[in-house]
Design a protein. Structure first.
Length: 244
């Protein structure tokens, strides 16, 4: 008697196939017609009578993803809709991979991280927006716009996705960096990112650039589709990041 050990936990797409059993293999899911990607960081803004502006963050950051599909046949549509129904509305989170973030911007760096995993050099404190990473190729670097997640052996709840905003090397870095914040050799990179770290991170934890996933939930409990006279299904969905 055959068994399998895991159900697919990522929205089906061309890079995440599924089958009738719900396994992470089988038929490729349909691609997206369009994606709307949002960054939400609520800020309270006050302005004094003299014109001085005072700002402060009032809530945690989250990513938002809106996906629209081309009209689909039933065979294309049902695996997606069944996957979402199994989430029971907003009750159960899942993962989504964005096609434009599937690999890093630089082809050579993408190849490097497909078989090598950078790590953070030192322990990091919640709220930081900079880290030194080790294990990079001497020749290739991530670029602003690349996304990553962190796999912390000591904190399985750290599921936040981050986006690179600046990259420093040992050959060229901001003069304000001092001490351990300076990349010390050709395999280290100083990485600025957004949003700020949501949790503390122990030293030498894995930084995942290869096929990063965003943990999400549906933004409402009702999911609707339309079936046209051409017998094609019209469907879209809105997702928001959900940290563990």
């Amino acid at each position: 008697m055959a068994t399998f050990s895991a159900f697919l936990d990522t929205l089906p797409d061309p890079n995440n196939p599924t089958n009738d059993y719900g396994q992470p293999s089988g038929t490729d899911g349909p691609g997206f017609k369009s994606i709307k990607f949002t960054s939400q960081a609520p800020i309270q803004v006050s302005r004094t009578n003299s014109g001085r502006v005072i700002t402060r963050g009032i809530a945690g950051h989250k990513w938002g993803v809106s996906i629209t599909y081309n009209p689909m046949t039933r065979d294309q549509f049902e695996p997606i809709y069944g996957f979402l129904l199994q989430r029971k509305g907003r009750l159960n989170p899942f993962y989504v991979q964005l096609p434009n973030q599937y690999t890093a911007r630089d082809e050579d760096f993408a190849t490097h991280v497909a078989s090598n995993t950078p790590t953070n050099e030192f322990a990091l404190t919640r709220g930081m927006d900079y880290m030194v990473q080790d294990g990079h190729s001497p020749s290739y670097s991530p670029k602003p716009g690349d996304m990553f997640t962190i796999t912390d052996d000591y904190d399985s709840l750290h599921t936040k996705a981050y986006r690179v905003t600046r990259v420093m090397t040992s050959a060229l870095y901001w003069a304000g960096l001092t001490g351990v914040d300076i990349p010390s050799d050709t395999t280290e990179r100083g990485i600025y990112f957004t949003p700020n770290l949501q949790r503390d991170v122990a030293a030498t934890q894995d930084i995942i650039y290869h096929r990063p996933k965003i943990r999400v939930i549906l933004n409402k409990d009702i999911q609707e589709y339309s079936l046209g006279t051409n017998n094609l299904y019209t469907f879209s969905l809105n997702l928001e990041e959900a940290q563990a």
